[in-house]
Ligand binder design. Structure first.
Ligand SMILES: NC(=O)c1ccc[n+]([C@@H]2O[C@H](COP(=O)([O-])OP(=O)(O)OC[C@H]3O[C@@H](n4cnc5c(N)ncnc54)[C@H](O)[C@@H]3O)[C@@H](O)[C@H]2O)c1
Length: 337
């Protein structure tokens, strides 16, 4: 286990474990890739001592620097009151799963592959105590499948975050067939302390809520472009200016309440049979992936970017994420609404 200076540090199993108060609770994150780092940042900012485990941490100082940069950014944006350096001291990095021993909750965020996730969950179970909650940040794997080989499946559940996890208020808590509702209740309580606005998915369904809805929209977007009805840019512009403006205030059902329900029923009758129901990955998507495009991260995507334009989009995305978070918070759901 390495600390900031790359030296051996106090074992995480010495960390106290009491209830769900972040101030006295160690939390584990397994897989410190894109999401794992921002999840660890969120947990640190909430006051946890965080044990980060990855199968390979060749440059732990880089991981620590990355997390510290997120914490400083949170401080600048008013989302963290304490000194970011002091908060980052509560991060312990390790390649050894036994470091997770004292954690009250462990979240895995390794690659989206059922077998790998099942193996990782088994290793976590080996390391932690019987009442440790275990969450999987899977995007779409059924939680019931992840529970299949577990020793104590009742404490395993999906905890679906949205990137960047230290800023977004989204969190879906998903029960698999064997999840104990009490485990979901404990995670919901924690989620509120992490400053999330959690939703509970009571029965396991592939893709959960937002990914099912988002992928239905993506399928139709590809259909409109591939069939020649509109360009990529025109589809984007329409979506941004229509759903893009109201979805932070109202979900689909509230939006229908706000804008008159019967008209939607009339449109559904004629439009639903006409929507795309394809079951294959769209050809345009396959071609773009085969070309090596990964989006702004390598300046190749559905649009062309110079490296400077790609960086500008990344910065804008981050700035917008903080601003929309503030707006969403201002218009958050309140009891009695
Ligand atoms: N990227 C997103 O926007 C996003 C959003 C929601 C959910 N997710 C989900 O989060 C998970 C992680 O996604 P990501 O984008 O951070 O991936 P990533 O590839 O950036 O990171 C995965 C990390 O897991 C580590 N890892 C792989 N196998 C491991 C093992 N056996 N033991 C320990 N560590 C291991 C890798 O070394 C890597 O650091 C996936 O399940 C993904 O579907 C991602």
């Amino acid at each position: 286990m390495t600390n900031k200076q790359g030296k051996r540090s106090r074992n995480a199993s010495a960390a106290p474990r009491s209830g769900t108060n972040p101030k006295s609770t160690a939390a584990g994150v397994v897989g410190l890739g894109l999401m794992g780092k921002s999840i660890a940042t969120c947990l640190l900012a909430a006051g946890h001592r965080v044990v980060g485990v990855d199968k390979s941490l060749p440059h732990p100082r880089d991981t620590r620097r990355h997390v510290l940069a997120f914490l400083r950014e949170m401080k600048r944006e008013g989302l963290l009151s304490r000194d970011p350096h002091a908060v980052a001291e509560n991060l312990v990095l390790s390649e050894d799963f036994s470091s997770l021993g004292g954690c009250a909750i462990v979240i895995e965020s390794v690659v989206e592959n059922l077998e790998v996730k099942q193996q990782v969950l088994a290793k976590i179970e080996e390391a932690v105590s019987a009442d440790t909650l275990i969450g999987s940040n899977t995007s779409a794997l059924p939680v019931t499948e992840l529970q299949r080989k577990a020793k104590r499946p009742e404490r395993i559940l999906g905890i679906h975050w949205a990137e960047p996890a230290h800023i977004t208020r989204f969190m879906e808590i998903i029960c698999g067939d064997q999840t104990d509702p009490a485990s979901a209740a404990r995670v919901s309580e924690l989620a509120r302390r992490w400053k999330k606005e959690p939703t509970l998915v009571r029965r396991d369904v592939r893709g959960f809520i937002t990914n099912r809805i988002m992928y239905a929209m993506l399928r139709e977007a590809f259909h409109l472009v591939e069939a020649g009805y509109a360009t990529v840019a025109d589809v984007d512009r329409s979506v941004r200016n229509d759903f893009g403006y109201w979805t932070t205030l109202a979900g689909p059902f509230r939006f229908m309440d706000l804008t008159g329900i019967p008209a939607y029923a009339a449109v559904m009758r004629d439009l639903l049979p006409d929507l795309d129901c394809g079951k294959e990955v769209p050809k345009l998507m396959r071609d773009v992936v085969a070309s090596g495009a990964r989006g702004v991260s390598n300046a190749q995507g559905f649009y062309r970017y110079t490296p400077a334009q790609a960086r500008r989009w990344e910065k804008q995305f981050l700035k917008f994420t903080y601003e929309i978070r503030a707006l969403a918070y201002k218009y958050r759901e309140r009891p009695g609404d």
